[in-house]
Design a protein around this ligand. Structure first.
Ligand code: TXA
Ligand code: MG
Length: 355
């Protein structure tokens, strides 16, 4: 057991001397090889010195993360990128101009100073420049690329609140910066820029449509779309692991509104008759349509960013309520919907019912 220090942080840094002192303390811990969880605009990250294999080894240990799953390096300035990569393609420049700082991670050929321990043995490295003021200030003060996966136990939903980090990692890491809720609520979009056309390896905060708008052609890795077979290797190693899985089995029901409502209500009644506790993930527009079961509102169908921001917290609440089975409404796939569906499909182990 490690004594985990929890430091409350307001996140409004310009005038907050207390916050700045705490950030200096956190940055020093990172420089000394410690582990610090901190808020970003996507989800909370678990940070360590990205150039120190001993420090990054602690991340894998604390999360129970498989050692072949590479970690994103976080930087705060454009010039921090140059020593970490071999070259910067033109289209990557465009993506950075448009979306950095922000929820976009780019995969480059790595330089020799990046240890293979952080890249899961790969010759490429993932880099992101977060826009969150706390994340930005922490990197600025540490003056190091900060390696940071999501700050959850491996396999659990990514943490969108400090409370989630405390739940998973208390006693396993040195410090938690307890700030406001992460605003986007889903992880960054991961894009491989090592071949001529950029390839989305993980959908996230920056959408397919936004990327296309900036650079024209964009591909989507097969690993995102399907229930992966044993022998298929997605380009982002993290996409092959079971993720976000709530304890209870979850089924997504897709189709026209009335058919979905009917099917979920019918399955709910069936399971209640068998003595089961049923959780329902409904959109705000439909939540009154379910007379039975424990209904949670995902957020608004016509404002999918609200669904993105609630989803991981709801998956954790379903565990807390100890439901036996979960039914979820499907949602539309455009915009941030692609990332939401990707995470929901993983949470459901790809159990999807078309009605
Ligand atoms: O929003 C985010 O990206 C958050 C915050 C903390 O920045 N971080 C995050 O990290 O989600 P993590 O480790 O949970 O997910 C990183 C994903 C994994 O699927 C990993 O396999 C992939 O990025 N990845 C990292 N380096 C890679 C590389 N060199 N090549 C391909 N995929 C890579
Ligand atoms: Mg993660």
């Amino acid at each position: 057991m490690i004594a985990t220090e929890i430091l409350k942080i307001q996140g409004n840094l310009q005038e907050n001397i207390e916050d700045n002192k705490k950030l200096e303390q956190a940055a020093k811990l990172i420089q000394q090889g410690g582990l610090v969880a901190f808020p970003t605009e996507t989800v909370y990250g678990l940070g360590a010195n990205g150039l120190d294999p001993k420090a990054t080894a602690k991340i894998y240990h604390a999360k129970g993360r498989p050692s072949d799953n590479p970690i994103i390096l976080h930087i705060s300035r454009r010039e921090d990128l140059y020593p970490l990569v071999k070259g910067i393609p033109k289209m990557a420049e465009k993506l950075m101009e448009n979306f950095w700082p922000g929820p976009l991670t780019l995969i480059f050929e790595k330089s020799s100073i990046v240890p293979k321990d952080v890249t899961g043995g790969l010759d490429t490295v993932a880099i992101r420049m977060p826009s969150h003021p706390v994340a930005h200030a922490l990197i600025e003060k540490a003056r190091l690329p900060i390696a940071a996966p999501s700050a959850n136990l491996s396999g659990k939903p990514s943490p969108t609140k400090a409370q989630h980090v405390i739940h998973d990692l208390m006693g396993r890491i040195d410090m938690i910066l307890d700030g406001p809720k992460a605003n986007i609520g889903l992880e960054s979009t991961v894009v491989d820029v090592t071949s001529s056309t950029p390839i989305i390896l993980r959908p996230g905060g920056i959408t397919y449509e936004q990327l296309k708008g900036a650079v024209g052609e964009v591909e989507i890795d097969q690993g995102i779309q399907e229930d992966l077979k044993e022998d298929f290797k997605p380009k982002a190693p993290g996409m092959k692991y079971t993720h976000y899985a709530p304890n209870a089995p979850m089924t997504i029901v897709q189709g026209p509104k009335n058919a979905v409502l009917c099917k979920i209500n019918e399955m709910t009644q069936n399971d209640i008759d068998k003595g089961k506790k049923v959780g329902i993930l409904a959109t705000e527009e439909n939540k009154e349509e379910y007379p039975k079961g424990l209904v949670f509102s995902l957020g608004r169908r016509n404002q999918p960013e609200t669904i993105a921001s609630n989803l991981f917290d709801l998956l954790r609440q379903l565990d807390e309520k100890k439901v036996d089975v979960i039914f979820a409404e499907g949602i539309e796939e455009d915009g941030i919907g692609m990332a939401i569906i990707n995470r929901m499909n993983k949470a459901a182990g790809h159990r999807i019912k078309q009605v």
